[in-house]
Design a binder for this molecule. Sequence first.
Ligand SMILES: [Zn+2]
Length: 419
Amino acid sequence: MSNLTINQDRLWASLMETAQIGGTSDGGIARLTLSEDDKRIRDWLSAECAALGMKLTVDEAGNMFALRAGKRPDLPPIAMGSHLDTQPTGGKFDGVLGVLAGLEVLRTLEAAGYESEAPLMLVNWTNEEGSRFSPAMLGSGIWAGVYAPDYGDARSDVAGDTFGASLDRIGYRGAAKAGAVKIGAMFELHIEQGPILEAEGVQIGVVQGVQGMRWFELVLRGTAAHTGSTPMNMRRNALLGMAKVIEGIDGIARSHADAVGTIGFLEVHPNSHNVIPGEVRATIDLRHPSDAVLDQMEQQTQALVRAAAAEIGLEHRLDQISRTASVVFDAACIAAVRAGAQAAGFSMRDIISGAGHDAAHTAAVVPTTMIFVPSAGGLSHNPAESTLPEECAAGAQVLLEAVLHYDRQRAETRRGVTA
Ligand SMILES: [Zn+2]
């Protein structure tokens, strides 16, 4: 235990103060990436970091990195952070909590005069949400080398405005090259965006990784014919085939622990009450923490579609339209979070992230993990998003304990190596 306690009231005051920037009348935040409001929150963060004597570096994708010196400049910094942009119908906690809790950790250390071994860093990733410029997690993706900076610059919003032009307009295109800012480890605190922690009354989610995801488009083709004059035994009803597939996908997901599977989009042609559906288009969304299980689920889906089509005499086409590999977080970082939650006396459980996060990109490059705190009702991307002051504070306290635990452990290991 560090004997350092983060200031719950100060953290909450910062959350509520910054929620005004892009704040909406229904209590949410609409702070789209690289907008004027994004510039205002970035200016606010810059000023707060400067007040703590931290040195700010901005890279060419607008990612912000504020550095607090440690005793050992030879060690790469241990980073905390997340994103300050929101969805158009965003809440007050998604992303923001991870950045402001990191700031609160640094304020607490500064007030106590605590010196870490490695330097500590606070990060604000650009365009996590992807609602203005697709894809999501663009800034961290550019930092991690998944996307080229030129690709990022050329992303366009619906009005034809580009990521690069917007970055220049708000003055947050930094001089640092993508990936030039080195990080030794990354800890991202985030709201769960799901219902598990609240339902089980657990305070801290020790995140093990991010589940993999596969999306498919399925088209079933039969014959559009008159509903009154076509006997039941002479029909090729594409929607009936799709109904079997919908139920089958649900069954496939239920047959694997921790799997989810959904058909959430359906297009029926001609979609007329007295015509037998001749063609139906759907998307299938399969997710699981293990890519091997996803392979199995994919094979089962192919067999399911073949069987449903054969039974009714339909043609079928199944195309994969998106695929994200699962991410396994770093064991030493996870151990530090566990030790931190234990030291602070909070209940915890292992959990897998159902949503994508910047941490999924950083995990490919540096030791990374995440900490989850409860989301009321599992709600997110919604103005009603709610996490209590004491829940935010618990997350920040575990963040502090985890980072300092990791710092001490790594400094000891390095000393052992160099001695
Ligand atoms: Zn987020």
